[in-house]
Design a protein around this ligand. Structure first.
Ligand code: AMP
Ligand code: MG
Length: 372
């Protein structure tokens, strides 16, 4: 009997152990599945990248089907990959290798770099040269540190740098994704488009992992899907900064779309009372001095397009920018693209809004800027 008892006890202990193990496994399964299928805590990841900050937000109930921490880490890795391949520095950078390659030598680049370079050449062609990813030699003559300076490059230095600008001197060969310069001393600079692309790529990664609500912010270039779910399924909120102080001058809501801003208030210098910004006007071969103080583009689907368009509109200004939108509205641009330009004028800041509609028309509104 004691043996029997002992046997009973050990069998029931074994069963208890099995039930406990099963319950633990079930609990683990439900908790990991629950992160994707039901609700999960919000994940916000902040990091440094592309000479600025990055932030990826997955709200509660984002819809991801893997661990949200992992989904965000994968999206961050996508941004890091763009940075590694397209930054002007670093041994693994395609751009650095290209910029150190003498004219006539072909170099193969990563498919991601190829995509961004081809997009930048398309924007160059369609913008009549206003968007030019080869302005690097001119940009390198200046320091845009927000200060007043007596220094200014000599005419000879400027002429030499200008002779080394021109996207038409970048040769490309689709087969093998190869690039080559037609002249020595050229530099490719994807600074006006790569951040937007990185935001898109990070979002593609999140969407592949099931995200239906997420926000990617790379130095102010935003790409959103869905809203910021909570009870009210709130939209994401974004703002436009006043170009001459730190206030937010305008707030708007964003659900499924992208935002990019270019302007003269972050990287500039002042010489002889004139403000020179880090965007180079390829027509004059000089930094812009009288362009819009800021241009914000809201694009329904692409942060790359928002980024490229914001820079292009900065170069083209109010009139040229409007003409460009009208020319391209049925081709390059999607309906729903919205451009908010802030112009610093003597009487204050003027706000111009241009909206591309479904028929390819462009409506324009202009008024003194006021808090919205
Ligand atoms: P963003 O802030 O997107 O307007 O990009 C500005 C950066 O793009 C500059 O710091 C330059 O590296 C580069 N850039 C300057 N001028 C141009 C231009 N006309 N076309 C394309 N890229 C430019
Ligand atoms: Mg840009």
């Amino acid at each position: 009997m004691p043996n029997f008892d002992a046997g009973m006890r050990s069998r029931s202990l074994g069963r208890t152990f099995l039930i406990a193990a099963f319950a633990m496994m079930l609990g683990y399964y439900l908790s990991s599945a629950g992160r994707g299928w039901f609700s999960s805590g919000p994940v916000v990841r902040n990091f440094e990248t592309m000479n600025t900050y990055g932030r990826i937000t997955l709200p509660e109930g984002s819809g991801v089907t893997i661990d949200p921490e992992l989904a965000v880490a994968e999206a961050e890795a996508a941004v890091a990959r763009v940075n590694t391949l397209m930054s002007p520095f670093g041994d693994a950078s395609d751009i650095k290798r290209l910029n150190e390659t003498p004219a006539g030598t072909w170099i193969a680049v990563d498919p991601l770099t190829w995509r961004v370079v081809m997009e930048s050449l398309r924007w160059h062609r369609l913008s009549g040269g206003a968007f030019d990813p080869t302005v690097g030699p001119v940009k390198a003559l200046f320091t845009f540190d927000g200060r007043e300076t007596d220094d200014f490059p000599s005419d000879d230095a400027l002429a030499d740098a200008r002779s080394r600008v021109g996207a038409d001197k970048l040769r490309f060969e689709r087969e093998g994704m190869r690039l080559s310069w037609a002249a020595d001393g050229m530099r490719l600079d994807l600074g006006a488009i790569a951040k937007g692309f990185a935001a898109d790529l990070a979002m593609e990664s999140l969407i592949r992992n099931g995200a239906r609500h997420a926000l990617v912010d790379i130095g102010g270039e935003l790409r959103a899907v869905g809203g910021k779910p909570g009870d009210a399924r709130e939209p994401w909120r974004a703002g436009i900064r006043h170009p001459r102080d730190d206030d937010v001058i305008e707030r708007f809501e964003l659900v499924d779309g992208a935002v990019a801003t270019s302007g003269d208030y972050e990287r500039f210098f002042v010489h002889d009372g004139v403000r020179y910004e880090h965007i180079i006007d390829p027509r004059t071969g000089l930094p812009m001095t009288e362009g819009p103080a800021s241009v914000t583009v809201i694009h329904p689907t692409s942060c790359l397009a928002a980024d490229a368009l914001a820079t292009t509109m900065c170069v083209l200004g109010e009139r040229g920018g409007e003409a460009f939108l009208r020319d391209q509205a049925l081709g390059l641009l999607s309906s729903g693209v919205r451009v908010v330009m802030l112009l610093a004028e003597e009487g204050g800041v003027r706000r111009v809004e241009m909206l591309v509609d479904a028929e390819g028309g462009v409506t324009v509104e202009s008024a003194a800027a006021s808090l919205r």
